[in-house]
Write a protein that binds this ligand. Structure first.
Ligand code: GAL
Length: 633
């Protein structure tokens, strides 16, 4: 497959006279794709039912005539001001009970039926008008579901929909009371209509209640998206996508992805490093102009799974951004490296955000491929280089990796509901595991929690799956691969209640977690032979073989056959011990990579990236700082 480049463009921000020159310059740079329209509602419908689509007709025609393919978006992330007068209660409500205001974006609640109908209406108008337009080669629904904490809304509309969702799920109120343990603190309900949203309670709400609300909220995002997809598909054969984000886990992206053709995501490595990667200050200093060496790759692998193999970077950082605590400029070469890293993980396209820096409004400090004065910015120069390289590059594929890592959004909802210790997060546990695997030079496939066919993998890492349906336990117990479980595996049932027999209660694994504790982050529990558990630890009983021991001789990890249970949150050294040992047993070659150096096998070609600022050695040769190395394998 030919890998491509693109950009995000806002024709409504610029005079029509310059559209043609912009389009020509995009093509000259080597771009294929231009994404438009996601925030344009106020210019498409300035007042109710006053439709002004002529300018969009012209924009699509101009871009298409220049040879570009258009990704057309629905504009539902930014309903115009008049919409709020029409539906004053469509605004999302914070957990404090405070409604959020108009004046930025994403000011809607997924559960509001009036807004759902408005979304259907504008989507239909756009899909009918452009569904068979030859220049519209792909679609994007909305923009970044969940951005700015907008998945959970505590509105009246959400409360009403939540009650219906609960009634569908539990059928009778007695069943719900029993499942949640509502006898505790006299929380029994007599009907579904008495159940409120789990905010503003005196102390914490029942975790079963909170988890149900998180699952409901996730389903609302999927349902909102599905309505748009159904409408678009009725008018167009072009693939439909949505642009997800980095470390946003409050809706199940796999469920949304089930309804889409392509998963895309918005990659801002420098912003994420400061804002979303759990890392030390020293690490942040070392990578401040490059980004974390594993964070982008993790999401590439995650969204490849969400997209069932088809995925893009829809927004690639083009220079300093405006929204992180600090906003440095990337090292020269990084914008090229990020693109190649995405292709190495199977991206079909990488689109830089945005074409020209806007001198006005919220993102005036956000770089583009062009400066506000129209001069080339560094991103344009590096994109041109990537375009030149792509012309002669061999094809890169994403073949099956030897190692699989399960990522389950529902587990993340449960950990968020009950972390048990400050800052303990499922995402971080999975990400720490991913980093350890990549530091060993491994390519990794991420699998959704609903996966039941594990054939072909030699190692399956499944940390932190707090609820495990019996069929998943059975499949893992019967898998040919080595399976690594724990901590918190199967520690709750589907309703967030501790099961008896005690966890993990896994066929073939002679381990019982008898007690759990969370730890101060500055008081790790050292392991014999190196490494430690930090933040969280479990006491283990059972006849399985001891793999790791705490300094005081208590078991830390146990193994029965191909099943290993790790009873705590391993630090980097402990993770390396567990996985390098298993790789040896499984016959997988490993290396010990320098901090910023990583690689990915693409079938015939191994692509090395160096996030370090200085040159570094790899088994394939020396690689410059912020550089990429192609090794034939
Ligand atoms: C993304 C968003 C874009 C733009 C960008 C700035 O989250 O989709 O519209 O705001 O961030 O970095």
């Amino acid at each position: 497959m030919k890998r491509t480049l693109g950009t995000c463009y806002y024709p409504e921000h610029w005079p029509q006279e310059i559209w043609e020159a912009d389009a020509r310059r995009m093509v000259e740079t080597g771009l294929t794709w231009v994404r438009i329209g996601e925030f344009a509602w106020s210019r498409l419908e300035p007042s109710p039912e006053d439709l002004q689509f002529d300018w969009l007709d012209r924009a699509i025609e101009t871009l298409g005539q220049a040879g570009l393919k258009v990704v057309l978006c629905t504009p539902t992330a930014t309903p115009p001001r008049w919409m709020i007068d029409r539906h004053p209660d469509m605004i999302a409500v914070e957990s404090s009970g405070q409604p959020r205001k108009f004046g930025s974006r994403r000011h809607y609640c997924f559960s509001h039926q009036g807004y759902q109908r408005e979304s259907d209406r504008i989507t239909s108008l756009i899909a009918e008008r452009y569904g068979d337009n030859p220049h519209v080669a792909a679609w994007q629904t909305d923009n970044e579901y969940g951005c700015h904490d907008t998945t959970l809304s505590y509105s009246q509309a959400a409360r009403k929909a939540f009650r219906t969702w609960l009634a569908d799920r539990y059928r009778t109120i007695d069943a719900l009371n029993r499942a949640w343990g509502n006898v505790f603190w006299s929380m029994d309900y007599a009907s579904f209509d008495q159940i409120d949203l789990p905010n503003l309670t005196v102390t914490e709400a029942n975790p079963s209640h909170t988890l149900a609300f998180r699952r409901f909220s996730s389903d609302q995002v999927a349902a909102f998206n599905r309505r748009q997809v159904d409408i678009i598909r009725a008018h167009s054969n072009a693939p439909v996508s949505h642009n997800y984000m980095g470390r946003v886990t409050d809706f199940d992206h796999f469920r949304v992805g089930d309804d889409l053709d392509i998963a895309t995501w918005d990659s801002y490595p420098l912003g994420f490093l400061e804002d979303r990667v759990g890392a030390t200050d020293a690490h942040k200093r070392a990578f401040t102009r490059q980004g974390d060496p594993d964070f982008q790759a993790f999401h590439h692998d995650l969204y490849r799974a969400v997209g069932k193999g088809r995925w893009w970077v829809m927004e690639q950082q083009p220079g300093p951004v405006n929204w992180a605590p600090y906003n440095p400029a990337p090292l020269p070469g990084m914008m090229r490296l990020w693109a190649w890293e995405a292709y190495a993980h199977g991206a079909e396209a990488v689109c830089y955000f945005r074409w020209r820096q806007a001198p006005f409004a919220q993102e005036q400090m956000h770089a583009g491929m062009l400066r506000p004065d129209n001069a080339d910015a560094p991103a344009l120069i590096e994109a041109r280089q990537v375009a030149d390289e792509l012309r002669d590059a061999p094809d890169v594929a994403a073949p099956r990796a030897p190692v699989a890592l399960i990522f389950d959004y529902d587990a993340d909802f449960a950990w968020a509901t009950q972390p048990h210790g400050k800052d303990l997060s499922y995402f971080q546990l999975v990400f720490d595991t991913y980093r350890a695997l990549r530091k060993l030079g491994l390519s990794v496939d991420i699998l959704r929690g609903e996966t039941r066919d594990f054939s072909g993998y030699k190692i399956i890492a499944a940390p932190g799956l707090i609820y495990m349906p019996q069929d998943l336990k059975n499949e893992l117990a019967e898998a040919d691969a080595h399976v690594v479980l724990g901590p918190r595996t199967a520690a709750r049932n589907a309703d967030m209640v501790i099961p008896v027999p005690l966890p993990p209660d896994m066929p073939g694994l002679e381990v019982t977690v008898s007690r759990v504790e969370s730890l101060r982050p500055d008081m790790p529990m050292p392991l014999k032979g190196g490494g430690a558990f930090t933040g969280y630890r479990e006491e283990l009983e059972g006849a399985a073989d001891i793999v790791l021991e705490l300094d005081d001789g208590q078991p830390a990890a146990l193994r029965s056959g191909h099943l290993t249970y790790v009873g705590g949150w391993p630090d980097a050294i402990a993770l390396k011990r567990v996985y390098s040992d298993l790789c040896r047993t499984a016959g997988i070659a490993t290396v010990d990579l320098e901090d910023g150096v990583r690689c990915r096998d693409t079938g015939g070609l191994r692509i090395w990236t160096n996030y370090g600022a200085e040159a570094a050695d790899t088994p394939a040769g020396r690689i410059e700082g912020a550089g990429v190395l192609f090794e034939k394998t």
